[in-house]
Write a protein that binds this ligand. Structure first.
Ligand code: ATP
Length: 199
């Protein structure tokens, strides 16, 4: 699997529809300070479900929408699509190419799509779980992150190894199952109470 293309529209400094094509191997993005290099990596993390405006270097989520300039008015929505080559079926979808899209409107309304089909954020998170690509995964190492990885608590470092070994999905499913079990136990207790009241 590799990232083939990013399409940006109204995302941060990318007011116009912008298409970035990548080929296999190493790609370097170069440009003067403030030209938008980091905005590209922000856009990837954003599509993958980043919910923290601060970690996208903004104050609120609306800050990711093109805010206007001297010559252009602000946009009403921002949209980014990542297209991945999936010919090795690393993503468990029966398509050789997978496009994941996120769109946010100034009203705050957010939309997610997988291959142009509306989906939930959860579907995107699960799609990338254990691939190393999720928003918290190790495929995007931001400025200062290496030091963070080396110096954070061992529990935090463990998360990176869990993602690499492919067990995050199972841990997440276990958490969900445990919650359902707890809810069911609570419901059972309530039913027992009701039954003993009626007897
Ligand atoms: P450096 O080399 O200094 O790290 P960079 O090339 O990584 O810079 P970025 O940090 O990606 O640059 O881009 C910063 C630019 O993006 C700034 O000029 C900022 O005004 C612009 N920008 C950020 N958010 C928005 C927005 N919502 N609307 C318009 N422009 C924005």
């Amino acid at each position: 699997m590799f990232l083939k293309r990013i399409d940006l529209s109204g995302f941060k400094s990318f007011a116009d529809r912008t298409e970035l094509e990548f080929v296999r191997g190493i790609t370097a993005v170069v440009g003067p300070n403030g030209s938008g290099k980091s905005n590209i990596s922000d856009s990837i993390r954003w599509v993958l479900g980043e919910q923290s405006a601060k970690s996208l270097r903004g104050g609120k989520m609306e800050d990711i929408i093109f805010a206007g300039s001297d010559t252009r008015k602000a946009m009403n929505y921002g949209e980014v699509s990542l297209t991945l080559d999936n010919s090795d079926q690393a993503l468990s979808l029966d398509f050789n190419e997978v496009t994941v899209t996120r769109r946010v409107h100034r009203s705050g309304e957010s939309e997610y799509m997988i291959n142009k089909q509306a989906c939930r954020l959860k579907d995107i998170t699960e799609l990338f779980m254990d691939t190393g690509i999720g928003k918290e995964a190790y495929s995007i190492i931001g400025q200062g992150r290496i030091e963070e990885i080396l110096s954070t608590r061992s529990e935090d470092r463990r998360g990176i190894f869990e993602e690499a070994s492919g067990i995050v999905k199972y841990k997440s499913r276990k958490r969900e199952a445990q919650k359902k079990l707890d809810d069911t136990e609570q419901n059972l207790l309530r039913i027992h109470d009701l039954v003993s009241e009626l007897e």
